[in-house]
Design a protein. Structure first.
Length: 95
């Protein structure tokens, strides 16, 4: 199961063009959950999540309401099981 964090970084400054722009950044695969807001990736980096999942954006990307509800306030303790079940039901689950 591949699960990566994707973050939209809004209004970052591009030093080459001098413009403000949005960037999408992606982590390596999540391999462990320390708590609902602290995750560890395959590269060994620890990430602390801030804020809540943007439900509307995830639903617009095609994720089920049930899956979005599970991750609404962070990573649940059984996150791997939830993703595996969702993958079996819908073919894939990558947030």
């Amino acid at each position: 199961m591949v699960f990566k964090l994707k973050v939209l970084i809004r209004h970052t400054y591009d030093p080459i063009s001098g413009d403000l722009c949005d960037q999408v950044w992606s982590s390596s695969c999540v391999v462990a959950r320390i708590n609902s807001k602290t995750l560890v990736t395959k590269s060994g980096t620890t990430y602390k999540l801030k804020g809540w999942l943007q439900e509307g954006a995830e639903l617009n990307l095609g994720f089920s309401k049930k899956l979005v509800a599970h991750f609404k306030r962070g990573f649940p303790a059984n996150w791997e099981k939830i993703l595996k079940e969702d993958q079996l039901r819908f073919g894939s689950a990558v947030l």
